[in-house]
Design a protein around this ligand. Structure first.
Ligand code: SF4
Length: 297
């Protein structure tokens, strides 16, 4: 039996329907310790946001205790209302904060980061989507930390590719844009996004010579066959890195978990993704797009 057949059988098993407690492979380290507090203090004193805290990432204990975090720029209010995401939704009242790139660079330096990951909320109320702040943050980081490498995890800018050009021109070492799920589930999971538009963004960035990365969550009701189709799509474009992790419901108001995907299935996804030509597939229950990001350079 091939790996693909095995995973397809496992993925369609009724035994995997979700109820009650998380399985033991999703237990995580609790936030604690001196380094964790230092990271927390630096973020607070620089008036910054992190996706770790805003999106209630399960890896916060591990990442922050190891001295790393993912900065979330452009405020803490997102113009979209994705079904999986815990970040506040609304219309941001502020314009762009041009001091934010300075604070990101200072905080990253204090944290002694050599590889920095920056993401943002969606700022669909702006034609430029806030892209100039991504570019300025990359520039300031390079000024402040010689030799730093930067990964940006960007929104789709509603397909306004002039906005995307700000980011491309800043030449981040890794350009990440998450597909989040399989196309059939976009209406529930990412109602304001379009699968084809996200693929186009990745293709543009790849064709401009950037190292590209994308990620999906599983456990939202997708089938393994649909995951393989996403892999085919991104392999065809030439995406270099793919992350696959378990969806976890952040609050009762968010989409239900449909399945706790077994670690063996994640291992099989990695094997199949890489066999399809994706250079590096990071796949595991607790994998998030910025988890162990320094390995994706
Ligand atoms: S995986 Fe990413 S978002 Fe989660 S805590 Fe680590 S750095 Fe933050």
């Amino acid at each position: 039996m091939s790996c693909a057949t095995q995973v397809m059988e496992r993925g369609t098993s009724k035994d995997s329907a979700v109820a009650g407690r998380r399985p033991e492979w999703l237990r995580v380290k609790l936030p604690a310790g001196k380094t964790f507090r230092q990271v927390s203090d630096i973020i607070q004193t620089h008036s910054l946001n992190t996706v770790c805290a805003e999106a209630r990432c399960p890896n916060m204990g591990e990442c922050w205790s190891a001295g790393t975090a993912t900065f979330m720029i452009l405020g803490d209010v997102c113009t979209r209302s994705c079904g999986f995401c815990a970040i506040k939704t609304g219309r941001p009242v502020q314009g762009l904060d041009w001091d934010e790139p300075n604070r990101v660079a200072e905080a990253a330096k204090l944290m002694n980061l050599k590889h920095v990951v920056i993401t943002s909320v969606n700022r669909d109320e702006r034609k430029d989507g806030g892209a100039p702040i991504f570019a300025e943050s990359i520039k300031r980081l390079r000024e402040e930390i010689p030799g730093v490498t930067v990964e940006v995890l960007i929104p789709d800018f509603r397909g306004v590719w002039e906005a995307l050009d700000y980011v491309i021109d800043a030449k981040p070492e890794v350009l990440n844009h998450n597909l989040e799920t399989v196309p059939r589930l976009y209406r529930q999971v990412r109602p304001q996004a379009r699968y084809e538009r996200s693929l186009e963004l990745l293709k543009i960035c790849h064709d401009k010579g950037l190292r590209t990365k994308t990620g999906i969550m599983v456990g939202l009701g997708e089938t393994p066959a649909e995951v393989f189709e996403v892999m085919d799509d991104i392999a065809e474009i030439g995406v270099d890195v793919m992350t696959i992790g378990q969806y976890m419901q952040p609050t009762k108001m968010h989409l239900d978990v449909q399945e706790w995907v077994h670690p063996d299935t994640f291992a099989t996804y990695k094997e199949i993704g890489e066999s399809k030509g994706i250079e590096h597939v990071e796949s595991g229950p607790l994998v998030r797009s910025s988890y162990h990001a320094e390995r994706h350079l």
